[in-house]
Ligand binder design. Structure first.
Ligand code: CA
Ligand code: CA
Ligand code: CA
Length: 341
């Protein structure tokens, strides 16, 4: 861009944003000026008036108007008359920010009054009234103990009974054991507040949580602090050992055997022809030598078969075939049955 040339207005507006509408000048001074202008714009020094939302004077009753990113904020006057609202056109109500619910006020001022419930006082009702302040307890029970909305008279700490003549034990560091909290109760002396799992006057006793027999199926119960632990016998599991472990879960029975879940073990009911703990063994039905007369035994599943030698028959080849049955001897010849002849 050369000196003296007209300035591209689009280029200028892109460069400077809405600042471009503020200046009309020869481009002769333009390049020097635009640099300075841009720096000033960055610092927020120029062109604020063009976008100032305060120009319409929206704030009332003497309020100060502040422009913030194109929106206005009214700072209402505080005294002699207080105002509030977006445009400061309402009388200020100090109860809006009062720290109490039962509040009365004079509008247009910052003066409010909290009506405190019984037993409380102070600007915000935050203080409990100390009824003991006036020392109302006289006589032997001179120890005043404040309560909500009242007080009561007791014996001095360490003393009890009707005439405050009995000496009571009072709290010391060792009084309550196992982390118990010691309380000095007027007229009664100490009392220990025990943590969970302990009991007794001094919290000295670890409560036996096994007393209620929480562990099942013969498990051993071990007492802990405010709890217990069950040690299961084999075959059971779970926090209370109430779950019978399913020993059949791994499907240990083979060859279609049926698994029966027992305590800490299983039993396989095998199909015919198999044996063994897991029915893994095929029974050899030939082992008992069922085939007779020299026959050969063949083992099968749940059965056997016999291959007879010549001259015998029957399931176990126990029958010697009677070759005389066909009456082979002619002419009155006597037939003697032999083996295979
Ligand atoms: Ca215990
Ligand atoms: Ca079982
Ligand atoms: Ca077999």
């Amino acid at each position: 861009m050369l000196d003296g040339e007209p300035v591209d207005s689009h280029y200028l507006s892109v460069l400077t944003g809405h600042i471009s509408s503020c200046f009309t000048m020869d481009s002769g001074r333009y390049q020097r000026t635009v640099l300075i202008t841009m720096m000033m714009f960055k610092l927020g020094l120029l062109c604020t008036a063009a976008a100032d939302s305060c120009l319409s004077s929206p704030c009332n009753n003497g309020a100060t108007c502040i422009d913030h990113r194109g929106k206005y904020v009214c700072l209402c006057t505080k005294g002699p008359v207080w105002y509030m609202g977006k445009n400061c056109d309402q009388l200020y109500d100090p109860c809006i920010l009062a720290p109490c619910t039962n509040c009365t006020s004079t509008r247009g001022t910052d003066q409010f009054t909290c009506q405190c419930p019984d037993g409380f006082t102070g600007n915000s009702c935050e203080e409990g009234v100390d009824e003991c302040q006036s020392s109302p307890c006289t006589g032997v029970k001179s120890n005043c103990v404040g309560r909500v909305n009242g007080y009561s008279c007791h014996c001095p700490i360490g003393l009890g009974g009707e005439d405050c003549q009995e000496h009571m034990t009072i709290c010391s560091v060792e009084t309550c054991q196992n982390g118990g909290t010691c309380l000095d109760i007027p007229d009664l002396g100490l009392q220990c507040q025990c943590p969970a799992g302990f009991q007794g006057m001094n919290c000295e006793e670890n409560v036996d949580e096994c007393q209620s027999d929480p562990c099942q199926n013969g498990a051993i119960c071990k007492d802990r602090v405010n709890g217990y632990q069950c040690f299961c016998v084999p075959g059971f599991q779970g926090y209370h050992c109430d779950l019978d472990i399913n020993e059949c879960a791994s499907q240990p029975c083979q060859n279609n055997g049926t698994c029966l879940d027992k305590v800490d073990h299983y039993v396989c009911d095998c199909t015919p022809g198999f044996k063994g703990i897991n029915c893994e063994e095929e029974i050899d039905e030939c082992e008992s030598l069922p085939c007779q007369n020299g026959a050969t035994c063949r083992d099968h599943v749940a059965m056997y078969s016999c291959v007879c030698v010549a001259g015998f028959q029957g399931q176990d080849c126990e029958v010697n075939i009677d070759e005389c049955a066909s009456m082979p001897c002619l002419n009155g010849g006597k037939c003697n049955d032999g083996v295979n002849r």
